[in-house]
Design a protein around this ligand. Structure first.
Ligand SMILES: Cc1cc2nc3c(=O)[nH]c(=O)nc-3n(C[C@H](O)[C@H](O)[C@H](O)COP(=O)(O)OP(=O)(O)OC[C@H]3O[C@@H](n4cnc5c(N)ncnc54)[C@H](O)[C@@H]3O)c2cc1C
Length: 590
């Protein structure tokens, strides 16, 4: 049994903080192993040992990335490969995937390739999918429980807003959820004790002809915008009733209660102009109608600027009038398989026939795998998790957040087909137009390497993404007390979100977790109740228009990350807040 583990070095997020200007304090930023990769190493070592096999760890990075390999070897990995050379500088995800895939071919064959679900700095989640495609392997993403027997992996996977039980025969690529197992963690002394011969450097001479690095990267990072969030950090104090009255007054004046501050007129889906021109393809995941509509509307807007037609790919029954209304000029109805690798193969075939201008998918786990595989197949530049799309000089510009949303960078692709996955819920839902799409049916040939046993949803992905108001709970609110927050949620029309501690304890689903390893959301009003306000959490609501915190500890860090703070026990604050927010009750008192 040979296990390969792919790891990445990232900035140490736990130590990060925001300055008063809302910017990341970057001085002395330490580097460490990506948290998801820590689980991949721990599991890889465990599986290799159990099977009396070997576990080899790989990373691509500057010479300093050796430190994360040392940690993995100190934890128990048998050896490590450091792909490093100035020639690899500026590698985007595809160039990284190609170099790692080549190293895996050279050192392999491996039975199992483990990687973290995504890296917390770039958060594309596409390297593993691209490697799976380049090595022609099946893949399972976000694995939370993993059993290995009789040459197959049986896994329970954490998906965006649900779960999947599946089986896959080895060899396969598996990406790990954060809660798969305790992480690999070794202190400086243990890392320093690793002997140099355990770590083998590898360069372009070993990996063969590139192009590598920037020369082999079809995407380019352009302008960068720093997300300026000037929180007011006004912390009230003293008499609770007086604090609540003052808070509601501030909220009203800030437009945080009626949503006016954040509402924009979305407009309608533009009429199709160029039905014979080039195409923008939209890959839509089954069972996510709202996300499909957002993407089709966005594609129709881009199509108007790029003189293109919109071709939606659907795995469900197609209503031509509905699809046309939301923005599709044509629909390719795929039948036969919704498995990611099969859909990617069918889309690649279509791309080779139609040479589209761009391909879009949602940055759900399904979308990331399909898009990652397709990009690897056709050599396309893929921007992961874009939050804004525009056309400039005839090219697609994708704005992508980095460092947990601290920055947004404009990414363009130099490849003939430009690709992006788009974060669900951030693009506006447009008013449908009157139009009918032409429908073509294609059959997808199933590879049959991955067997889905059962899948389910415990939430709806779009709920938090599109909520205008969110009440987030930390461990300061016990699960049996959530009902006590219902009147506040009713008064505000709010959805419920959670900190990681809450999700870890199973009090609310993982899909409700806000933060660096959860979701980034942008409601009009964010109310944090019993939330400490650690960096890893607050990064997730940076784009909120207004943030309010209720915490009994006047020194809680949350007060430095919100516009307004009420210091008090929420059991006392919340009923008063409800009374103040409910017009009839506050009028009766005045
Ligand atoms: C790699 C990594 C990734 C992480 N990713 C995330 C992430 O994505 N999202 C995330 O949230 N966290 C994340 N964390 C964890 C994060 O660092 C914090 O540990 C976590 O957010 C704290 O959760 P909490 O606020 O619920 O709990 P606690 O730290 O336990 O805080 C509870 C708060 O409730 C207050 N409180 C208690 N009782 C009351 C009361 N009656 N009335 C009012 N206030 C009360 C307390 O004063 C305290 O401030 C991550 C950590 C690591 C290491």
């Amino acid at each position: 049994m040979r296990v390969a583990v792919l790891i990445k070095q990232v900035p140490r997020f736990e130590e990060m903080s925001l300055g008063a200007d809302g910017r990341l304090r970057r001085e002395g930023l330490e580097l460490e192993m990506n948290p998801y990769c820590r689980r991949a190493v721990a599991k890889g070592v465990e599986l290799a040992r159990a099977a009396q096999g070997r576990c080899t760890v790989f990373t691509l990075g500057p010479p300093a990335a050796e430190e994360v390999l040392r940690e993995a070897v100190a934890w128990g990995a048998d050896d490590a490969v450091l792909i490093t050379d100035p020639a690899f500088a500026g590698s985007d995800t595809l160039a990284t995937s190609r170099a790692l895939a080549q190293a895996l071919r050279r050192e392999g064959p491996f039975d199992l390739i483990l990687a973290g679900r995504n890296s917390v700095d770039a958060d594309t989640g596409q390297v593993a999918a691209e490697i799976a495609e380049l090595l022609d392997l099946p893949m399972l993403a976000g694995v939370r429980i993993l059993d290995l027997h009789h040459g197959a992996v049986h896994a329970h996977c954490e998906q965006d807003d649900g779960w999947l039980d599946a089986e896959v025969r080895l060899p396969a690529v598996i990406t790990t959820a954060e809660r798969l197992c305790p992480p690999c963690k070794v202190g400086p002394e243990g890392r320093a004790a690793v002997r140099p011969e355990h770590i083998r450097p590898m360069g372009p001479v070993d990996l063969g002809e590139g192009p590598w690095g920037q020369a082999g990267s079809p995407t380019t990072v352009g302008r960068v915008r720093v997300l300026e969030v000037q929180r007011r950090c006004q912390v009230l104090g003293g008499d609770i009733a007086a604090q609540v009255r003052q808070a509601v007054d501030v909220l009203r004046r800030a437009g945080a209660l009626d949503g006016t501050a954040a509402t924009e007129l979305a407009g309608s889906v533009p009429d199709s102009g160029a039905v014979t021109g080039t195409a923008i393809a939209v890959l839509t995941e089954p069972g996510r109608p709202r996300i499909a509509r957002e993407l089709l509307g966005a594609a129709a807007r881009l199509a108007a600027d790029a003189a293109a037609r919109v071709v939606g790919f659907s795995l469900e029954d197609v209503d031509p009038v509905e699809a046309g209304g939301w923005g599709a000029d044509e629909v390719v109805a795929l039948q036969g398989s919704a498995v990611e690798e099969d859909v990617a193969a069918a889309a690649a075939q279509w791309c080779s026939e139609h040479a589209p201008w761009a391909v879009l998918a949602a940055s759900t786990m399904w979308g990331r795998e399909v898009a990652g595989r397709l990009a690897a197949r056709i050599g396309a530049g893929l921007t992961g998790d874009a939050v804004e799309l525009e056309v400039a000089d005839g090219r697609l510009v994708c704005w992508k957040p980095a460092f947990g949303g601290q920055l947004v960078a404009a990414i363009t692709a130099s490849s003939p087909v430009q690709m992006a996955t788009v974060r669900p819920g951030v693009l506006p839902l447009l008013q449908p137009r009157r139009a009918e799409a032409a429908v073509e049916t294609r059959t997808v040939a199933p590879r049959g390497r991955l067997h889905v046993v059962e899948r389910g949803r415990d939430d709806e992905l779009d709920v938090l993404a599109t909520a205008r108001t969110v009440v987030a709970v930390g461990t300061g609110v016990l699960p049996e007390e959530y009902a006590l927050l219902q009147p506040l949620r009713d008064a505000l029309g709010a959805e419920l979100a959670a900190t990681r501690k809450v999700a870890d304890r199973g009090w609310l689903p993982h899909s409700r977790q806000v933060g660096i390893t959860g979701r980034a959301i942008a409601p009009c009003l964010y109310v944090a109740v019993g939330v400490a306000g650690k960096f890893n959490h607050i990064i997730g609501f940076r784009a909120a228009h207004f943030a309010l915190a209720i915490n009994s500890d006047p020194l809680a860090p949350i007060f430095e990350a919100v516009d307004l703070g009420i210091v008090g026990d929420w059991h006392e604050v919340v009923p008063l807040l409800v009374r103040e927010l409910t017009p009839a009750e506050s009028a009766a008192r005045s």
